[in-house]
Design a protein around this ligand. Structure first.
Ligand code: B1M
Length: 821
């Protein structure tokens, strides 16, 4: 009997037979008395029998794979535990291996997120994550059959981790992310972006785990199954946590769980298991229900789409037409060259933002200048652009090291521009494409130059496709540029280009791109020639063009073409376009055409509310500072705060709440607001004090515990200082007992507290309760976006201040009342 099980479980093949993983480890340990502060991974050394018994329960329940107890076994989390990564991981693998071998099952080395936030948002570098995961893999891969990267919410961190695993072992990698009910991860990654990126990077299976129960995951699993070309993995929680009798429970029973899991099998999911709250009963019921329905993976038919992405936005070629913005290329552009040489990123970012506003779907990024460190500069630019814009990028360089560095650091799946039919190019660029899972643009030229005839260009394209496929790059990841030649010098070859576009498309089945502007070189009225060439190429089935998205003529042509071929049903877009641009004189602001590309665009309408607001909304620090200095010539610092900075951040907050923008952009906006605030502070510090020069009453200020929003509190501080109050700034996220201790120690009698989140009103209340108890003479002023006069009464504050100036007026009143008393 035992032998039969041994054989059965190990014979199962990923993608063909349904594979079952185990369920939650953490919740099982908690149920067995693990104290919250105890590191579960250390139990592999201190309580191997306990861990082994949990593994065995899952194996008895029917799991084909058990997961090592190493979710957080990285050097950051183990710091202070007195244990090394190697010790913990190898002990965990030993325990799991021994249990799995008894059942003829397999072991997956578990790697969870590092707990660090990657730069530019946090302080961990991409390579720090890579090294940490490499350390885990070196310690554990040998005894395992696969690696499980699970519960990631940052696609960038997952990419670094996957690269580390692939570089340090040959095991298959299962990679999953956690989504909210709207299909976004905490860091804003969407389903399509996850699938494109992980498939490209060579995951063996991908999918979703944790955060939601099976019922909430249904639409997410459906969306993954509709897109993924590789096996799909699903590990839900046992429902959503609910509070009952002071304790929290998950709300889905094992039977209900198993029922939904068998539906996932019906959708084509290939690997099934559980996450938080699940136990061996959930897995046993799932194995039973799924096996009852099917033992083999239900085939899915997934279209071969050519797509690239950032975490928040995916674009596909072959649906609606894609515009690749060409202006981030220094060739012939003196101002951009100077900006790149001096590191003036704001200039470059503004150019990127303008192209986005003008309707680009993808941005070409090229920093090719003589005497420049191209790998470093291209990577830096990619990170800067990805910090504020979510359009996918085309990495454009003739320098393979620059392409590799940028493809590595890129968050998502980029398009590499370019490979050619030259042997040297094929052998240096294609391995980069393969390793980093990018799309690639192939140029129809080879060691003999650009062939004249369409047939010969097709032959070069075929050579590129064949060589790419030979090393494992799927055909869908290849686009071909048939190369536009100048009509003035090589008139007959223009027709060959157009013919080649159709032939490549029809005979090789790949998507085509053209850089168009070259066609008009040396001719008068170049835009006219460009857009006519554009129209002709569109009729050949061109999928994308590298053009200036600010060229109104191109947009007009595209609008008319979409109407003529029936893609713009009832001419709705065309009419809207004509209404918006009656005279076609200026560069259009054209909604990104089709393919759902516009749906995710952050609402940048704040731009109309002024340039400072726009700079904050876009996260441009230097521009925010510059605009603030200009405004300060006409307005008081307080007016700049109330009329510009606060409304701008309110708009950003609304867009964040509506999921039009995501945490990285929120942080960039906060940084730009801080840069604006620095100018205000300098201006106030250099001007005369409003309250005379005599030192006034001391005031303690703090943003309450659990809350890191300190921009408002800092503004209040500066204004109070300008009115001569001596401010003891206790900072942000300050625990109540620390506030009380500092107030007592410094004999302070006025305390200002700030809170911006509904969740931190409670800690404001607790702080005031403690102050009342320990220093009853203190008067408390409260403020911050979340507060209202009612909430101020609820937290038992003495005063509510709507803004910084009101805080000052109240402080003056309290202070003078005390002096006269
Ligand atoms: Co966050 N954030 N944020 N955030 N953020 C809000 C507050 C939010 C409303 C956005 C939204 O969803 N619409 C939302 C809270 C929802 C809620 O609870 N109701 C939110 C969230 C959810 C979060 C995170 C949880 C996001 C995440 O991680 N997923 C996270 C929270 C982390 C934490 O605190 N534990 C987070 C993080 C951040 C950043 C770090 C990116 C950044 C803060 C950077 C920083 O402050 N150092 C940030 C920002 C910038 C915002 C918004 C967009 C802007 C806040 C701001 O600075 N406003 C904000 C949306 C919004 O408020 N509209 C949002 C400008 C500032 C001058 O106004 O502070 O109100 P304010 O100050 C005013 C007055 O209120 C008054 O005077 C000032 C000048 O007039 N005032 C006082 C303030 N304090 C006073 C004290 C006084 C008197 C007057 O007496 C002592």
């Amino acid at each position: 009997m035992e032998d039969r099980i041994v054989e059965d479980r190990r014979r199962k093949r990923l993608g063909q037979d349904i594979l079952f993983f185990d369920g939650g480890m953490g919740t099982m340990l908690q149920a067995r008395g693990l104290r919250l502060r105890e590191l579960p991974e250390v139990l592999n050394l201190t309580h191997p029998d306990l861990i082994g018994s949990i593994h065995r329960e899952y194996l008895e329940a029917g799991a084909d794979f058990i997961t090592t107890n190493t979710f957080g076994a990285n050097h950051w989390k183990l710091e202070g535990s007195g244990r090394t990564v190697a010790e913990v991981v190898s002990a965990a693998v030993r325990v799991a291996r021994s249990a799995a071998d008894d059942f003829g099952a397999r072991v997956a080395l578990d790697v969870g997120p590092s707990g660090k936030v990657l730069a530019p948002l946090g302080d961990a570098a991409f390579e720090d994550i890579y090294e940490a995961v490499a350390e885990q893999v070196r310690a554990g891969a040998e005894g395992c059959d696969a690696v499980l990267l699970e519960t990631f919410t940052d696609l960038h961190e997952l990419k670094a981790s996957l690269l580390a695993v692939k570089d340090h072992c040959n095991l298959p990698v299962f990679a999953t992310m956690s989504f909210d009910e709207e299909g976004r991860t905490f860091f804003g990654a969407g389903i399509e972006s996850m699938v494109m990126t992980l498939e490209g990077l060579g995951a063996a299976a991908l999918g979703v785990n944790c955060s939601l129960g099976p019922v909430q995951l249904e639409p997410i699993v459906e969306a993954i199954c509709a897109r993924s070309h590789i096996p799909v993995m699903v590990q839900p929680n046992a429902g959503l946590p609910v509070m009952r009798g002071g304790a929290s429970f998950y709300d889905v029973t094992p039977d209900r769980f198993a029922d939904v899991m068998s539906r996932f099998a019906g959708m084509g999911a290939a690997v099934l298991g559980g996450c938080c709250g699940t136990n061996p009963e959930y897995i046993a019921k799932t194995v039973q229900a799924v096996n009852h329905r099917t033992r083999t993976v239900v085939p899915r038919s997934v279209p071969e789409t050519t797509g690239i992405c950032t975490p928040a936005r995916a674009v596909t070629f072959g649906g609606d037409f894609m515009i690749i913005g060409e202006r981030l290329n220094p060739t012939g552009k003196k101002a951009l060259q100077a900006a790149l040489r001096s590191g003036d990123m704001d200039y470059v970012l503004k150019e990127a933002l303008t192209q986005q506003d003008q309707g680009a779907h993808v941005l070409d990024v090229n920093v090719g200048l003589p005497d420049i460190d191209e790998p470093a500069l291209l990577s830096r630019l990619v990170m800067e652009i990805q910090g504020i814009i979510d359009l996918p990028l085309q990495l454009d360089s003739a320098n393979a090291r620059a392409l590799e560095a940028a493809a590595r650091i890129y968050n998502g799946k980029p398009l590499i521009n370019s490979v050619s039919g030259k042997e040297s190019s094929l052998h240096t660029v294609l391995p980069i494409v393969k390793k980093y899972g990018t799309c690639v643009l192939g140029l129809t030229l080879d060691d003999s130059g650009i062939p004249e005839s369409a047939e010969a260009r097709l032959a070069v394209a075929r050579r590129i496709v064949e060589e790419a496929e030979r090393i494992g790059i799927p055909r869908r990841d290849i686009l071909i540029d048939c190369l536009t030649l100048t009509a003035s010098a090589q008139q007959d070859l223009v027709r060959e280009t157009l013919k080649a576009v159709r032939m490549v498309r029809e005979e090789l089945g790949v998507r085509t791109v053209l850089g168009l502007s070259n066609v008009s070189f040396g001719l008068p009225r170049r835009p006219l020639v460009n857009r006519t060439m554009f129209a002709a190429a569109l009729m050949q089935g061109l999928d994308a063009a590298i053009i200036d998205p600010g060229d109104a003529g191109m947009h007009e042509t595209l609008a008319a073409w979409r109407l003529l071929i029936g893609r713009d049903r009832n001419a709705q877009d065309y009419i809207a376009y004509c209404e918006a641009h009656p005279e076609s004189a200026s560069a259009p602001s054209w909604p990104a055409a089709g393919a759902g590309a516009a749906a995710d665009t952050p609402n940048l309408s704040t731009a109309s509310r002024g340039e400072l607001a726009s700079a904050i909304a876009r996260g441009l620090k230097e521009e925010a500072a510059e605009r603030t200095r200009e405004l300060l010539d006409a307005l008081s610092p307080l007016d700049v705060v109330e009329k510009h900075i606060v409304p701008a951040l309110d708009a950003v907050g609304r867009d964040y709440e509506a999921k039009r923008l995501f945490l990285p952009q929120l942080i960039k906006s906060a940084e730009a607001a801080k840069a604006a605030f620095e100018c205000l502070r300098e201006r106030l510090a250099s001007g005369p004090k409003e309250g005379g020069e005599a030192p006034g009453e001391p005031i303690a200020l703090a943003t309450v515990y659990g809350d890191v929003h300190d921009i408002g509190k800092n503004i209040v501080k500066v204004i109070l200082e300008n009115y001569n109050f001596r401010v003891l700034d206790l900072g942000k996220d300050v625990p109540p007992d620390r506030i009380v201790a500092e107030v007592k120690r410094n004999g302070i009698r006025i305390v200002g507290l700030s809170a911006l989140m509904t969740t931190t009103v409670a800690s404001m209340k607790e702080t005031i309760e403690n102050l009342r108890r320990e220093c009853p003479e203190v008067k408390v002023i409260v403020g911050g976006a979340v507060l209202t006069p009612d909430l101020a009464r609820y937290v038992d504050a003495d005063h509510y201040a709507r803004d910084a100036m009101e805080a000052v007026r109240i402080a003056i009143r309290i202070s003078s009342a005390r002096k006269t008393a």
